[in-house]
Write a protein that binds this ligand. Structure first.
Ligand code: NAD
Length: 261
């Protein structure tokens, strides 16, 4: 699929799913802005690597998405760096696990700010650019937890359900304007963070790698397989293609059957 000439901003993209999405967008020819809250040499090296491998413009822009003004400034700085923002992928997210009565209030606020409110700020900044261009794509990375719940993840589940509702609202406000808004809902994706948990889980449960993946980590995943960051990226590229012109206001699950259960 050819996204040559399109300019994409992917939040939280110096690792994991965001990096996989940025990579597939660049492979399809889009110019990309990589983002996180850090400002390390290796963050900028990711942008240089994508530019070198795929012959696109790529830049790293630091912004702490727990802060609304920085989320909005990310879009403005992306325009300076790569010339526009035709594709906005809201991917940055954090997690915390605790029962409701023990859940630290400041952690609740931080999860809502990064996982939900930042998407409002970046979309508010990007939509006027998309309307002026008569074309745009907003893809919000929600989760199977945007459609179902698990105990002890109240803030995350609330934020991800909120992301799905926000996505539908943006889709209605932009319908017929060449702009689409959709949410991708991953189940369990094999990111470096998840990979790093496998040895610990093996020890805790006294199981071999395959058993702990199948019985513990992918207990709720009927396929018993992780999704990959490349598959996440491919889903976003498809949503950005002309094939998906009439796909808006919906959720695409990439979860091995989790939400069919
Ligand atoms: P990850 O920790 O590798 O990536 C999270 C990204 O968000 C990182 O780039 C991190 O730097 C960035 N980030 C965190 N706080 C930030 C802040 N204040 N400002 C800017 N950036 C910030 O995790 P991941 O698994 O790749 O998760 C990416 C998204 O996918 C998240 O929204 C997560 O909820 C969602 N998700 C992941 C899975 C999974 O199995 N890995 C499943 C469902 C949904």
């Amino acid at each position: 699929m050819d996204l040559k000439g399109k300019r994409a901003v992917v939040t939280g993209s110096n690792s994991g799913i965001g990096l996989g999405i940025a990579e597939e967008l660049a492979r399809a020819g889009a110019d990309v802005v990589i983002n996180s809250f850090t400002n390390r040499d290796e963050d900028h090296a990711i942008a240089r690597d994508l530019a070198g491998r795929f012959g696109v413009k790529a830049a790293y822009v630091q912004a702490d998405l727990s802060k609304g003004d920085e989320a909005r400034a990310l879009v403005a700085r992306a325009v300076e760096a790569i010339g526009g923002c035709d594709i906005l992928v809201n991917n940055a997210g954090i997690q915390h696990v605790a029962p409701v009565e023990d859940f630290p209030a400041e952690t609740w606020d931080r999860i809502i700010a990064i996982n939900l409110t930042s998407a409002f700020h970046t979309a508010a900044a990007a939509l006027p650019l998309m309307r002026a261009a008569g074309w745009g794509r907003i893809v919000n990375v929600a989760s199977a937890h945007g459609l179902t719940a698990s105990p002890y993840k109240s803030a995350y589940v609330s934020a991800k359900h909120g992301v799905v509702g926000f996505t539908k609202t943006v889709a209605l406000e932009t319908a017929g304007q060449g702009i689409t808004a959709n949410a991708v809902c991953p189940g369990y994706v094999l990111t470096p963070l998840v990979e790093a948990q496998i040895p610990d889980q093996m020890k805790v449960h006294n199981m071999d790698r395959e058993t702990v993946i199948r019985e513990v980590m992918l207990q709720r995943t009927p396929s018993k397989q992780f999704a990959t960051t490349e598959q996440m990226g491919g889903t976003v590229v498809w949503l950005c293609s002309h094939y998906a012109d009439q796909v808006t206001g919906t959720t695409i699950s990439v979860d091995g059957g989790w939400t069919a259960l």
